[in-house]
Design a protein around this ligand. Structure first.
Ligand SMILES: Cc1cc2nc3c(=O)[nH]c(=O)nc-3n(C[C@H](O)[C@H](O)[C@H](O)COP(=O)(O)OP(=O)(O)OC[C@H]3O[C@@H](n4cnc5c(N)ncnc54)[C@H](O)[C@@H]3O)c2cc1C
Length: 491
């Protein structure tokens, strides 16, 4: 396994639990990648993902833990969070009934609004169920199509016709494309989950993204560090091997006899799964480079980055709010990113693994373009980093007015940080901005037709996020096991 992010660790653990012998090769000093963590002055900060999606009973993440025999990780189920729009606040309740009432109350209850939400809910319900049943895309073989028909069920098959529709088209059809608060809220949710805009976001993916709360958001005690401590102990307990601080440099050979050249020697493997970003896979695995090239060229303009401010603060600076998570939009008319759409996550009050007693860990994140961070001199970079950090904290003070005034830790992560610490080329995170042209049937597949070589992770289908990586790991683990059984049967 190349890469010990969520996708790599999940795939390796599934395979190890199913009886294969696995080794994860990870460049960083510990696992996690974009769902990782770092420690500073007694605080533990999540570097990217702060919430695990669909890790509760019946969910895609819970299925992962079940399949490897691991107990659920203790954590807090988020009851929801507040969406701060420029002119109103909407509580994004996890509870379906409360959310239905709230959205009609705050965003409009006309027959058009009701019809829009009914259709979105229907799509979300069918495709969440299909995800949990292990739907697999892109369809490469007749057996995939058959499997998907079963996963979708009779209610879902007719809805597959929406595969090439965008959320914007559906809003137009309901006469709601010009409804600023509704479009503002949807834009925030869609940018966060499929990294796209309303008019480009594939409808089905957007419907899933808009409803992730209903699928359950959990923050582990100790944040992602708490999750990974348990996960790695479990993986090692299954017999899995983990080599950290060990970048993979080149993979050569063929199925049954691969050589993985790393900075710390050569490893032999029958099959290799690359859970690296697709651009890195193309560099490290020459046999996949040519086949990946059309996807990489297509998706290059669609890559984006993130900025995160990490604050370690006295508890009173975040007091007075019922929810620990908040999402803020400043301006309906300006493009999203660089503070216009940002997420504020605060560690839970009793989470002593995330912050020292009487303190909290705070993560403020926003999207950013990569071009503005490329080619800066060190001095220009420092200024830009300081300015955006101050700006994000200032904007977050709409929620917590004295936030950061007495911070013990104040760090800012930028695309440069993701490049340096998470080894993401150019600091791009989360895969491509999703459109009908690059996702689902057009997504980077898990196999490019080279026996014994597989891809998984957020630059492959179904894309970014912990739930997407957990689903991808299931598909790839099944394929690897099938290939291993075929080889064993031939011997
Ligand atoms: C700011 C931010 C906030 C987010 N918030 C959420 C959230 O709240 N909920 C959610 O579900 N998702 C969230 N996400 C998305 C989620 O974190 C990612 O989609 C997911 O973690 C990606 O996992 P991955 O395994 O595909 O890739 P990665 O996490 O990038 O893992 C790849 C691994 O490969 C390693 N690696 C790279 N090159 C090499 C090499 N040559 N040799 C060996 N190892 C190598 C890296 O160090 C890394 O550990 C967020 C992302 C960001 C950036």
């Amino acid at each position: 396994m190349l890469g010990g992010g969520l996708a790599g660790m999940a795939t390796a653990a599934r395979l190890q639990a199913a009886g294969l012998s696995t080794l994860v090769i990870e460049a960083h000093g510990h696992v996690g990648g974009c769902a990782g963590y770092y420690r500073r002055r007694g605080f533990s900060f999540d570097v990217g993902a702060t919430t695990m999606v669909d890790f509760e009973p019946g969910g895609v993440g819970a299925e992962l833990l079940d399949s490897i025999g691991m107990d659920p990780v203790p954590g807090d189920r988020l009851p929801g969070y507040i969406g701060w729009l420029p002119d109103r606040e909407v509580t994004l309740y996890r509870d379906t009934g409360a959310w239905h009432r709230e959205r009609l109350r705050v965003l409009g209850g006309t027959p058009r609004h009701r019809a829009f939400w009914t259709r979105l809910d229907q799509l979300a319900s069918v495709f969440w169920n299909a995800s949990r049943a292990g739907v697999r895309l892109p369809i490469r073989r007749p057996s995939d199509a058959l499997h998907n028909l079963r996963a979708l069920g009779p209610r879902g098959v007719p809805l597959a016709r929406h595969m090439n529709t965008t959320l914007g088209e559906m809003l137009h059809r309901h006469g709601l494309r010009g409804d600023a608060p509704l479009v503002g809220l949807l834009s925030m949710l869609v940018e966060d989950t499929v990294h796209s805009t309303i008019d480009r976001a594939p409808l089905i993916n957007a419907a899933l993204g808009v409803t992730i709360r209903g699928a359950g958001l959990t923050r582990a005690h100790g944040g992602m560090r708490g999750f990974w401590r348990r996960f790695t102990v479990h993986y090692r307990g299954l017999g899995g091997q983990l080599r950290t601080g060990c970048p993979a440099e080149r993979v050569v050979g063929r199925a049954g006899a691969f050589e993985v050249h790393t900075r710390r020697g050569v490893v032999h493997a029958r099959q290799v799964v690359s859970a690296l970003p697709a651009t890195t896979t193309a560099r490290v695995v020459p046999d996949l480079a040519g086949r990946l090239r059309p996807y990489l060229d297509r998706d290059e303009p669609e890559l984006g980055g993130a900025i995160v401010v990490f604050l370690g603060v006295p508890e009173d600076e975040v007091a007075g709010q019922e929810f620990t998570h908040h999402q803020l939009l400043q301006d309906y008319r300006r493009p999203l990113g660089d503070g216009n759409n940002m997420f504020v996550s605060v560690s839970a009050p009793d989470d002593a693994d995330s912050a020292p007693a009487g303190h909290r860990a705070v993560m403020i994140s926003t999207h950013t373009g990569l071009a503005g961070w490329a080619g800066l001199s060190d001095a220009a970079y420092k200024i830009r980093k300081r300015e955006i950090g101050e700006r994000l904290v200032e904007l977050a003070r709409r929620v917590h007015p004295s936030l950061g005034e007495r911070a013990h830790v104040w760090d800012v992560g930028t695309p440069r940080s993701y490049e340096r610490f998470a080894f993401r080329p150019r600091g791009a995170v989360g895969g491509a901005h999703q459109t009908p042209g690059n996702t689902n049937q057009n997504a980077v597949p898990h196999s490019l037709g080279v026996p014994g070589l597989w891809l998984v992770g957020d630059s492959t289908w179904p894309g970014l996020g912990t739930v997407a990586c957990a689903l991808g790991s299931r598909i790839v683990a099944d394929d690897v096991l099938r290939a291993a059984r075929r080889t064993a049967a031939r011997r």
